[in-house]
Design a protein around this ligand. Sequence first.
Ligand code: DQA
Length: 149
Amino acid sequence: MKTMLISVINGPNLNMLGEREPQVYGSETLDDINSALGRAARDRGVDVEFFQSNSEGSLIDRLHECSRRSDGVILNAGAYTHYSIAIRDAIAAIRPPVVEVHLSNVHAREEFRRVSVIAPACVGQISGFGSTSYLLALEALVRIYEERS
Ligand code: DQA
C-alpha cells in the first residue's frame, strides 16, 4: 500500500515564530514545530512535507500541487484565514481533506479573528493548543485516511 503523505502549509508571518509575539504564539520556532511533526509522522508510518510562504498566490499554488500528491493537508493560513476567499476556493478545489490549524485560540482574541472564511471548506478546525494543534491535525488526518482506505 502507498505510504500516506501529509502536506503541512504555513502562511504569512509563521516563519517568525519564536520571536513573534511569544506571549501569544509561544517560544517554539517553525523548525521546532516541523521537527516534532516529522517525529510524530514517522511514529505513525506516514510521510510529511513542509511549505511556508508569506504570499497568497504561492499558498494557492501549493494547495493546487497538493491535489494530486497529498492525502491530507494541515494548513495554518495565518491572517489569510480571516479574509482570503481565494484560499478558501483553493481548498474547495482540491481533492485531499484540509485541517485548519491555529496556535492561538482565535475565538478568544479580537473580534476579526473569530471569523474564518476558510473553515467551511475545511474538514475541521483546531485552534488554541499551541504547537499541539498541528499534532492533533496530523492525528485527525491519519484517522480519516484509515477510515477511507
Ligand atoms: C494564527 C492566528 C491568526 O489570527 C494570525 O493572523 C496568525 C496566526 C495562529 O496560528 O494562531 O498569523 O493563525
